[in-house]
Every structure is written in structure tokens, then in C-alpha cells.
Design a binder for this molecule. Structure first.
Ligand SMILES: *Cc1c(COP(=O)(O)O)cnc(C)c1O
Length: 451
């Protein structure tokens, strides 16, 4: 017997009322493809089981198929993990002003490379250069796609065929396959490893410079810590040595901070202003780590070097787009107006007092009538302040299978990302926006009721 005969044709199905309305919603062509795909699947299943499948609801299957094909994979989530700069969750959430600036730049025409006074072509670097100069004291600035792009561009434009001295303790892998020795090789620079894994001295750098190195590259150990018997020369001594020997000093700060992390009870993350003040020729850092802006790579430094960088063909390939520039300038403006701590979400989360967090966790507990409040820690994450934590209070929920509850939370309509601590599911208010709380709590309530 031929199962195929028993099945309706694509054409017959397309004329049914429910499929006609699907065509209005999704367009004719996509519905045809989905219908074909559903019929193929049914045919395969029927052949495998050697029988006709009864009671098939075709429109329902077609609709399910269309939903699967068209639902976005990039969806908003509630981050209750307590990791402020969660790289897998998109790092820094943006300030309201940044989002507004991005929305306008994206939706309307804008002066990304247009000079209104002359009516001629303008420069895309002006939108952020002045702000960055004022904030950091650098001579000039340029913005590229991300900080990995900064490092690649800076080295390609300035270090090609040159010897670059770098300490063995700084030949790091950042994550996502970004390894300093490989980037150096890609840029055409020659790597000159100096020092040891744990210790490097001023004299090691001196030797390198006398043996032909013309650039010193300093890379911040963003995501790990070397403790114990360690040594590294003072940055200003190193810069002075480089300049005495007519060499360049390039500083990859990784995260870089414009505010002092020590004010929030953490160790010092290198500050961009300090790196410029120390005399570094080039300083680069990320836009979406501690700066709290959109994904970007920011390159600061000497005007003559920035000219070379901007002229390099790679700059054209790596430059930031209007959306990034709009969001970044709005974020930088918060620093200039001294409102970063209240307006930039990353800093607002870092600055939130633990007593405030305790109150929020308590209100969650009161609403849900379950869980207990526990002292715990939030982390900054995103390749900054490794091992550093902020005291927090979490709502801990004890269930038979914490893994199963985590999974259920992830599959909620607005997914919730939580973590497990001592066999309990814990939710950290620090990274949850107050305006997400109602949604978070109703989601949890519903999940636990149907558990
Ligand atoms: C994070 C980091 C990078 C890469 O920056 P992205 O903006 O993620 O591309 C490069 N160098 C260091 C030291 C970093 O910490």
C-alpha cells in the first residue's frame, strides 16, 4: 500500500481556511515551505512505522513549524545570576539615554559622516573623540568594533615587522579564542618573550630594548590572578624606559575603568586616566566591560600614532558603526556629567548597597512565601576584577532537583538565569532590574505551583 496516496497535497492544504489565515500572517511562500516540510516529515514517519498515521492536525503542525522557524533565538532574559558583566548574556546593559540615542540613530538618518555646517562629508571619529579626550586626557581617540579589534589594529598599524617585547606573564588567552601570541603573529609583529610566568623585571625590558625591541606591549591580566612570588615593574618606570630607548609603550587595559573600583570596596582595576597620565603612547580597552556601554574597542593615544591607525586599511574594516557610536557617546556623557554611578546600569549594580539588596530579597520572599535569605556574593565578571566579589543577599529556594528548576526557569516565557549554591537555587537581586521584579516573581510562582 502506498501511504503517499492517503496524504493531502500541498495545494489542497493551502486552500483550507486555517492555512489561508497563516498565509496572511507569514506570507504565501513560507507557508508552502512549512507545509512541504510537515508533509515530508509525516511521510517519513509513516514509512518508518509501515502504517497510515491517523488523526493528523495539519494546520496545527504547519503553525508549529512556522513558529519554530520564525521565533528569534536572541531573546531578552532576566539575569538573576549576580554576574554583572556576563559575557554570554551580552555584557553591559545600556543606560536609558544610550538606548534612546541608539534608537534614533538606527531609525532615522543621522550625521555619522556628515558635516552640517559645510554640507560636506564629515568624520565619524568626532562623535566620541572630544568626549574621550576630556574624560581621559588623551590627545586623540578612535573607536572600533571591539577591543580584540583594537589590539589587532594597533599592532598591525604600528608593530608590523617590529620586535614587540611582552612579559611571559601577559601572553594570555582572553576567551573566545583571542590569544595574544596569535594576534601578534597575525599582525605581522615579532614576539619577543621576556621574564617568566610569575616575575618580570625592568632589566628584562631593558635587555629586550637593547636587543632590538622597539615596542613594549603591556596586557592586563583580566581574567586570572597570579599570586605569591610575583613581580612587575612600575608602569611609569616602564614607560620612562621605553621613551628613553625611543620605543613605544602600548597598554591593553582590557576592561579599563573610568571610575575607581576601590570606592566600591574592590581592588583597583587599572584606570584609563592613569594609563594616559603614566605616558603610555597607546591605550586600548573595551566599550562593554566596566565602561558600561555598547560593544566597542576604544583606542586612545598620541595624535600622530592615531593618524597612522586611522589611515590603515584595517581601520575601515573594523570601525564602529553609527549605532555603536550613538550609544557610546551617550554613555561617555554620563561620566562627563558625573552621573555614571546613577545612570549606567553596570555602576548602579556595583554601587547598590547590600542593605538595599537585602530589602529586595526580603520582598521577594514575602511575595513568594518561600525560600530563605542568605549572605552570598555577586561578581563583576566580563574579564575584569578576577576573584573580586561584592557582598549580596540572595533568595535561596530549596527544591528536590535544583537542576530541574534552573532548566524550568530557563524555559519560561521570559527566561530567568539563576545559579545553584549549596544545592539550592539562588536568585541575586543585584543583577535584576527593579522593573523586571514583577515578571520574575510571577514566573517563579507559576513554576513552583505547577512543579
Ligand atoms: C576583554 C579583553 C580583550 C578583548 O576585548 P573585547 O571587547 O571582548 O573584544 C582584549 N584584551 C584584554 C586584556 C581583555 O581583557
Amino acid at each position: 500500500m502506498d501511504f503517499r496516496r492517503q496524504l493531502p497535497s500541498v495545494d489542497q492544504l493551502l486552500h483550507r481556511d486555517d492555512l489561508i489565515s497563516l498565509q496572511k500572517e507569514y506570507g504565501h511562500d513560507l507557508v508552502v515551505l512549512a507545509t512541504q516540510s510537515v508533509l515530508d516529515q509525516i511521510r517519513q514517519d509513516a514509512e518508518a512505522e509501515q502504517k497510515i498515521l491517523q488523526g493528523i492536525d495539519f494546520p496545527d503542525l504547519v503553525q508549529k513549524c512556522l513558529l519554530e522557524w520564525t521565533s528569534p533565538t536572541l531573546v531578552p532574559v532576566i539575569n538573576a545570576s549576580g554576574v554583572i558583566l556576563h559575557t554570554n548574556l551580552g555584557r553591559a546593559p545600556l543606560s536609558a539615554a544610550s538606548v534612546m540615542a541608539i534608537q534614533r540613530a538606527a531609525h532615522e538618518y543621522c550625521t555619522v559622516e556628515y558635516d552640517l555646517s559645510s554640507g560636506r562629508r564629515g568624520s565619524r571619529t568626532i562623535h566620541t573623540a572630544d568626549l574621550l579626550r576630556r574624560l581621559t586626557g588623551a590627545e586623540d581617540a578612535v573607536v572600533v568594533n571591539n577591543n580584540a579589534a583594537s589590539v589587532l589594529l594597533v599592532l598591525t598599524a604600528l608593530a608590523r615587522r617590529k620586535q614587540v617585547a611582552i612579559s611571559r606573564s601577559q601572553l594570555v588567552e582572553i576567551g573566545g579564542g583571542f590569544r595574544i601570541p596569535e594576534v601578534l603573529m597575525q599582525s605581522g609583529a615579532h614576539l619577543m618573550e621576556i621574564g617568566t610566568t610569575n616575575r618580570v623585571h625592568l632589566d628584562d625590558y631593558l635587555q629586550a630594548l637593547e636587543n632590538g625591541a622597539s615596542i613594549i606591549l603591556h596586557v592586563h591580566s583580566s581574567n586570572f590572578k597570579v599570586i605569591g612570588f610575583t613581580a612587575e615593574p612600575d608602569k611609569s618606570d616602564l614607560v620612562a624606559l621605553a621613551h628613553e630607548k625611543k620605543a613605544l609603550y602600548i597598554d591593553d587595559l582590557g576592561s579599563g575603568a573610568l571610575l575607581d573600583t576601590r570606592r566600591f570596596g574592590m581592588t583597583a582595576e587599572p584606570m584609563v586616566q592613569d594609563a594616559i597620565r603614566s605616558g603610555a603612547d597607546i591605550v586600548c580597552f573595551s566599550g562593554d566591560k566596566l565602561l558600561g556601554g555598547p560593544q566597542a574597542g576604544i583606542i586612545l593615544g598620541r595624535k600622530d600614532l592615531l593618524v597612522k591607525i586611522k589611515k590603515h586599511p584595517l581601520y575601515r574594516a573594523l570601525r564602529a558603526d553609527k549605532i555603536c557610536l550613538a550609544g557610546l557617546s551617550a554613555t561617555l556623557l554620563h561620566y562627563l556629567k558625573n552621573e555614571a554611578e546613577t545612570c549606567i546600569p553596570v555602576w548602579r549594580m556595583i554601587a547598590e548597597p547590600v542593605e538595599e539588596i537585602r530589602k529586595r530579597a526580603k520582598s521577594w520572599q514575602d511575595f513568594l512565601h518561600l525560600g530563605e535569605l542568605l549572605e552570598s556574593t555577586s561578581t563583576v565578571g566580563g574579564g575584569s576584577l578576577p576573584g573580586e566579589t561584592l557582598p549580596t543577599v540572595v533568595l535561596a529556594i530549596a527544591v528536590k532537583s535544583p537542576e530541574r528548576l534552573l532548566k524550568k526557569l530557563r524555559s519560561a516565557h521570559t527566561p530567568v538565569i539563576a545559579r545553584i549554591e549549596n544545592d539550592q537555587v539562588v536568585l541575586d537581586p543585584r543583577t535584576v532590574f527593579p522593573e523586571q521584579e514583577t515578571q520574575l516573581l510571577t514566573t517563579i510562582k507559576l513554576l513552583l505551583e505547577t512543579n
